[in-house]
Design a binder for this molecule. Structure first.
Ligand SMILES: Cc1cc2nc3c(=O)[nH]c(=O)nc-3n(C[C@H](O)[C@H](O)[C@H](O)COP(=O)(O)OP(=O)(O)OC[C@H]3O[C@@H](n4cnc5c(N)ncnc54)[C@H](O)[C@@H]3O)c2cc1C
Length: 448
């Protein structure tokens, strides 16, 4: 972090998720006078630890959960604020596949094998994409991006297994093969630097400990229940209109860092208008459907020697994993992440048969041997201040516009998971984008 170059400078940060809070911490360390506003009644945004209702003082994550070994920014930030990360899910991800009779079966190394096959099948696309140095303004990328994954599967005459693997990835991309641009897949499989799936972690005591720790030093400079409703910049002044409990007021500042998801940012009038391409990028970006169901059972029936405690699938419940391996107690919580069409399917099961009906779909793991004692279901596409799980690129999105999502516009600086290039869709991407935006404010200020 640079020295105190922002003394006497006021910065408004919109959004108290990880991007906003990481930006606020960095800006304050540079000497800026920082105000943070968030429309919700809590900090953390899409990081939300659920504690209420679970027995044995257990908790689980409604949003961002798993932190990868390679995600350095979030790991460093957690360490800097004195938090510990706990290693979890050492057995990695297995896969659930239906056998000939339709019964789900756990295949142990299935996830990796499926990914290897997909990587092989994608070679004809990843080779030119790498030649374009993974640039999103290349016609090579434009050609790849306008195809859906579903169309590509047809073009390569994919077998059922490959199709099931691609569908299972909706637990990762939050989009079905019909909705997802092929570029998302090609980009994922073109990262030569990507380490093999490494260790996974979560924050000890709950991931919300991180936003809570970041928010603490803000004190009264953090305003919750405060929604940004309009933004204008004129000369050296930025004016942000906010609404809190029906009263509207205006905050005047030197710079603003905007970390709202694009789904919300595109509803906020900005004057003068953003450059046309930036406006279009923000308007066109899609967010995935994502339903998280947290099921607490009287015992951890899914644990068997040698069986992974995390499983991908193309089934209606989505991907599932033990949500609180690191916590004490006989009871245990399973986290079901249903993305894209699985989000609709999971909600349909819950509507027809209740959450118990959803729990029954886990019979193949032995769910009938335990009692379902508590549950929570969070539908992120219905969340008023997220309107989806995280961003994904569909075939209609012009990849050349991607860079505009994170480009500064005058005194406005854009951050948030969706603006990250390397870690889009992750908590790490949010943190890294917030730090980037803070450094951009400092750089612009120094040059003006
Ligand atoms: C179900 C699910 C599972 C996930 N799993 C993982 C995972 O395992 N690992 C991982 O790394 N990541 C995961 N993620 C992604 C991760 O949670 C996000 O990438 C990250 O938390 C986004 O942070 P952010 O600061 O960009 O956005 P947010 O956290 O959404 O913060 C933006 C803030 O802006 C506020 N806001 C919105 N509109 C306004 C307005 N008009 N005025 C003021 N404030 C406003 C919102 O209330 C919010 O607090 C998951 C996400 C979901 C939904």
């Amino acid at each position: 972090m640079a020295g105190a170059s922002l003394n006497g400078v006021s910065v408004l940060v919109a959004g108290a998720g990880l991007a906003g809070l990481a930006a606020a911490r960095d800006l304050a360390a540079r000497g800026a006078s920082v105000t943070v506003v968030d429309a919700r009644d809590r900090v953390g945004g899409r990081v939300w630890t659920i504690r209420d209702g679970f027995a044995e003082q257990q908790h689980a994550e409604a949003g961002g959960d798993l932190i990868d070994e390679a995600q350095e920014e979030i790991r460093r930030l957690a360490n800097d604020v004195g938090l510990k990360l706990t290693r979890i899910l050492r057995g990695g991800f297995g896969y659930v596949r239906q056998d000939g009779s339709g019964t789900p079966r756990v295949v142990h190394r299935g996830a990796l094998r499926g990914w290897d096959r997909l990587a092989d099948a994608l070679t004809a696309e990843t080779t030119p994409y790498r030649r374009a140095e993974r640039r999103w303004d290349s016609p090579i990328t434009a050609r790849i991006a306008r195809q859906s994954v579903a169309r590509w599967l047809d073009d390569v005459n994919a077998d059922q297994d490959l199709r099931a693997t691609a569908t299972g990835l909706r637990g990762f991309f939050l989009a079905d093969p019909e909705e997802l641009s092929l570029v998302a897949l090609v980009d994922q499989f073109s990262d030569a630097d990507a380490p093999a799936p490494g260790a996974m972690y979560r924050v000890e005591g709950g991931n919300d400990a991180l936003p809570t720790a970041l928010a603490k030093p803000l004190g009264t400079r953090l305003h919750l229940n405060t929604e940004v409703v309009a933004i204008s910049q004129r000369g050296r002044v930025v004016r942000v209109a906010v609404k809190s409990r029906r009263a509207q007021s205006q905050i005047t500042c030197d710079y603003a860092v905007l970390t709202l998801p694009a789904t919300l940012l595109r509803r906020v009038p900005i004057t003068p208008a953003l450059p046309a391409q930036q406006h279009d990028a923000i308007a066109a970006l899609k967010y995935g459907r994502a339903t998280k169901t947290l099921l607490q059972f009287s015992k951890r029936f899914w644990r068997l020697p040698g069986r992974p405690r995390a499983l991908g699938s193309a089934l209606p419940f989505g991907a599932l994993w033990e949500a609180n391996e690191e916590q004490r107690g006989r009871a245990g919580i399973l986290s079901l992440l249903a993305g894209g069409g699985a989000s609709d399917a999971t909600q349909a099961i819950a509507a027809r048969q209740g959450i118990a009906g959803l729990a029954d779909t886990l019979e193949f793991l032995g769910s009938r041997r335990a009692e379902l004692t508590a549950s929570r279901q969070i539908v992120w596409e219905d969340d008023a201040f997220a309107r989806g799980g995280y961003a994904f690129f569909d075939p209609a999105f012009d990849p050349a516009l991607r860079a505009w999502l994170g480009r500064p516009a005058g005194r406005l600086f854009l951050a948030g998971e969706h603006t990250s290039i390397k870690w889009q869709g992750y908590m790490n991407g949010a943190v890294e984008s917030g730090l980037r935006a803070a450094a951009e404010v400092a750089a612009v200020h120094e040059m003006t």
